[in-house]
Structure formats: structure tokens, C-alpha cells
Design a protein around this ligand. Structure first.
Ligand SMILES: Cc1ncc(COP(=O)(O)O)c(C=O)c1O
Length: 352
């Protein structure tokens, strides 16, 4: 399956506010998107001989890193006249991108249709509805591949074809997705650490985050190694398809935004490694984070032999943990899916 790429001109302009952005659009709650804190994780791995920092994307108003591309894509489209007051926005997402778009569409009073499938969590669907998004259900996976993504994309195309002037943000291929991370996420990290970043770890799905961060690193000549963290069983960097229970990380294809020239290392993490990482984050650092965040901190340990002493490492933690209480943080759920796996909670360690 191929996903058409949305062209973007003048990438160089992205370090500056884009010419296409209409002044005054980033107001109200949308003015709170981005500018997230970077905190040191000094207690997570006491014997790690490196400085580890976390970018807390959970503190975006919609609760995740996807507020950034959702806002960027819509803002550019409004600036270019592709989205106006009567435009219907149609996107395939039941997760963070859908919520980021729903937030921006609610603010602007725009109609949003989210195409979701049977795997969407009830809680996320409720959040989308509360923001005012309309839900379009895809009940059956694509018969050829058994995957839901192609079936959802087919449904998006049908809706877009049937609604005059409809706008499809197309997060898997829209370069303003990665553009948001180039213009904001990585430039914030670089500024927060004075350009001294030896490793940046990014979770991958659409590859918007890693592409934008990687391009920023290369174009600004930073000495940073860019590490992709993907789910075991995902087909972005491997052809070993396997079951993935946790949402966020991974994809059933290599998205058009994935450009290997911007990626130095790839680490695969299992669902259980994500869970153990999350539980360590909340008990050792007091950070209640989503599944992929656990995968990111697990990846640092997996790569530690290649991290020189004293290096500065950054993990970009995509979202918060409240939406994972019934999965990642539920012992019952973990046991029911993985069997008796022992205790995944870290031992208590008092540091005063
Ligand atoms: C929780 C979470 N982690 C990681 C990712 C991957 O980010 P990207 O799509 O920029 O590759 C996403 C994307 O939706 C996400 O929601």
C-alpha cells in the first residue's frame, strides 16, 4: 500500500515562523501547545553513566506530542486557504492525533470526522466525542492484509471523495507533521540544553517526530545521534510482523515520512519492556507516562553499551499515563496477556 506524500516547499523556512501561518491563529488553548519542560531523570537508572533528560510532551494541553503536528497541519492549511469555516476535516485516528485535531477543531469551530476501528479504546472515543468530533467506525480489517490501517485509509478516501472541499491532514505523509517537530520539538530541546545533546531517542509510528528531530539535527550540524525506538512486531524497520498490544508506537508499514538518512540507530522494544519502563518511570521519577514512554527509557538501557560515559541523552516522552491505567498499569491485564511474568514494579528505593 502506498500513501501519497503531501509536498512541502521551502523546508528551510521552518526554523522561523512559517510564511503561511496567519498571525494570531495560535491563541487560546492552542497557544499552550509546545514549550514543554525538559527534566533530568536522575533516579531512573542510578548506575547509568550518562545524563538522561525527558521532554514531557504529556504537558501539551491535549495530553500528547500530537498536539504539535495537529496544530501545525491545520494552521498551515488555514493559512493557505485550504481550510475555511465550512471545511470538514477527515482523519484516520483514534489516538493522540485525533485528540490533537479534535482540540484544535473545537477551538476553531471546525467539523472533524475521525475514522476509527474496532481496536480504538472506549476512553479515547469518548474523549474525541466530548471535544465534538464525529466518529466513523470501520468494523472489518482490510481483507487482503488483515490490517485495519488500509481499511481505515480507504474509508477516509471515500469520505473525502464524498464531501466537497473536505481536508485530510494525512498524518502518515504530511510533511507538516515532521515540520512541527523540526520547527518546535527539537529546536526546543537544543535550546534547553544549549545544543549539547549526544543522543535523542524518539518513538516511531508515523515517523513525524524522528524525521523532524533528525532533520533539525542535521541541518543545524548538531553532534547528536538520532535513535529510533520501535515496537517489536512493527514493520517500520523490520519485516518481522508480530502482534502489538499497546497503542502509540509501531506501524504496519514504513510511512513515507520515514527517511533513514536522518536515523543513526534503531532499537526494538517489546510490550513487556514498555510496561516495565513505564512502571519504573512512575515509581522512581513520579512520571505517569504512556506506553511508548516506557519503551523509550527501556531503549536507553538496551543501547547503553554504545553510550559513552558522561554523554547527554534525551528521551522525548510522547504522552501521559492516565489513558493506560487499564493496560500498562493493570497487573490483571498484564497477567491475562502475558501470563505470570513476575513483578514488573521496581523495588522501592528511598532517596532523600
Ligand atoms: C503515544 C505515542 N507514542 C509515539 C508515537 C509516535 O510518534 P510519530 O507518529 O511522530 O512517529 C505516537 C504517535 O501517535 C504516539 O501517540
Amino acid at each position: 500500500m502506498t500513501i501519497p506524500t503531501v509536498k512541502q516547499d521551502e523546508r528551510e523556512l521552518l526554523t522561523e515562523p512559517r510564511a503561511g501561518l496567519r498571525a494570531g491563529l495560535q491563541v487560546g488553548v492552542l497557544a499552550a501547545v509546545g514549550g514543554t519542560p525538559l527534566v533530568e531523570l536522575g533516579r531512573l537508572y542510578p548506575d547509568l553513566d550518562a545524563r538522561l533528560y525527558a521532554k514531557l510532551e504529556s504537558l501539551n494541553p491535549g495530553g500528547s506530542i500530537k498536539d504539535r503536528p495537529a496544530l501545525e497541519i491545520l494552521t498551515v492549511a488555514i493559512g493557505e486557504g485550504r481550510v475555511g469555516p465550512d471545511t470538514v476535516i477527515v482523519e484516520s485516528s483514534s489516538g493522540n492525533m485525533g485528540i490533537g485535531l479534535a482540540q484544535a477543531c473545537a477551538y476553531h469551530g471546525l467539523r472533524l470526522i475521525c475514522v476509527v476501528d474496532a481496536k480504538a479504546s472506549r476512553q479515547n472515543v469518548r474523549i474525541l466525542e466530548v471535544y465534538g468530533a464525529e466518529i466513523d467506525y470501520v468494523a472489518e480489517p482490510d481483507p487482503a492484509t488483515g490490517e485495519f490501517l488500509p481499511a481505515r485509509l480507504k474509508r477516509v478516501q471515500e469520505l473525502v471523495d464524498g464531501i466537497p472541499g473536505a481536508f485530510w491532514p494525512n498524518q502518515y505523509a504530511n510533511e507538516h507533521n515532521s515540520g512541527a517537530h523540526f520547527r518546535t520539538t527539537m529546536s526546543e530541546v537544543a535550546a534547553q540544553l544549549g545544543g549539547k545533546v549526544d543522543f535523542v531517542f524518539c518513538a516511531t509510528s508515523t515517523c513525524g517526530t524522528i524525521r523532524g528531530c533528525g532533520e533539525f539535527v542535521r541541518k543545524n550540524g548538531l553532534p547528536t545521534r538520532v535513535v529510533a525506538v520501535d515496537a517489536v512486531g512493527s514493520l517500520i524497520f523490520s519485516d518481522q510482523k508480530g502482534p502489538r498490544l499497546l497503542p502509540g508506537m509501531g506501524a504496519g508499514l514504513r510511512p513515507p515520512l520515514c527517511d533513514l538518512q536522518y536515523i543513526d540507530d534503531t532499537v526494538h522494544v517489546s510490550d513487556l519492556e514498555c510496561i516495565a519502563g513505564c512502571r519504573r518511570l512512575v515509581r522512581r521519577e513520579g512520571i505517569l507516562a504512556g506506553a511508548s514512554s516506557g519503551g523509550l527509557v527501556a531503549a536507553v538501557v538496551k543501547l547503553r553499551d554504545r553510550i559513552p560515559a558522561g554523554a547527554t541523552c534525551v528521551v522525548i516522552l510522547p504522552d501521559r499515563g492516565e489513558r493506560y491505567l487499564d493496560t500498562v498499569y493493570s497487573d490483571e491485564w498484564v497477567r491475562s496477556h502475558f501470563g505470570q511474568v513476575g513483578d514488573l514494579w521496581p523495588e522501592k528505593e528511598t532517596v532523600l
